[in-house]
Design a protein around this ligand. Structure first.
Ligand SMILES: [Zn+2]
Ligand SMILES: [Zn+2]
Length: 190
């Protein structure tokens, strides 16, 4: 049976219970697990995320501050080349001592709270990373994108032009049509 203690980014905060003012610094690097993605950027399940956090015992519970960082995969929104996106999210979350003491939001959802002696850092890490994900990642801020006429990546071929009115293209196009006609007329070889 798996318990919450086996899940990534679940930490034991026993040392901080009932000790206002006590604090603990942690650095954890673990695979982030599923669902850290938007339509545009995805952090692979096995991709490590590093969380550097300070846990402070305060009157209302445990205050977590710090940051989470990792790398996501995306494609350039202009040229569709794969891009790696550095993600670094600030973390700040107050965990109530128990579910009974947790705040309830307008939708009736319980706010962050301890589960016994365990604190699950993953929800704010996931939410924070998703907030940092760009809507339109670029391989380069100056990426010229793709040729609207033929789809060639313009960064690979900056001098690329089409002169659609060029008579040579018209001649080529006529030749191509002739060839296609010939193929259509040719008898099938068996
Ligand atoms: Zn690009
Ligand atoms: Zn083109």
């Amino acid at each position: 049976m798996t318990t919450i203690a086996d899940a990534p980014f679940v930490v034991d905060v026993r040392a901080l219970l009932g000790k206002p003012g006590a604090y603990q610094r942690l650095e954890i690097t673990e695979p982030v697990g599923p669902d850290v993605r938007t339509e545009v950027v995805a952090v692979g399940e096995a991709q490590p995320v590093t969380a550097e956090v300070m846990l402070e015992s305060v009157r209302e519970g445990i205050l977590v501050t710090g940051q989470a960082s990792t790398v996501g995969d995306a494609v350039c929104s202009r040229c569709l080349d794969p891009v790696r996106v550095d993600l670094s999210a600030p973390l700040q979350e107050l965990y109530a001592w128990s579910a009974q003491e947790a705040e309830v939001d307008d939708l009736g959802e319980l706010g962050p709270h301890l589960d016994g002696e365990l604190l699950d850092l993953r929800p704010p890490i996931r939410d924070g990373l998703i907030l940092e994900m760009p809507l339109a990642p670029l391989c380069d801020p100056d990426c010229p994108g793709l040729c609207p006429q033929c789809g060639v990546r313009l960064a690979d071929d900056p001098s690329h032009v089409h002169e659609s009115s060029d008579p040579r293209w018209a001649a080529l196009s006529a030749l191509k049509n002739d060839l296609l006609d010939e193929q259509a007329d040719a008898p099938k070889e068996n």
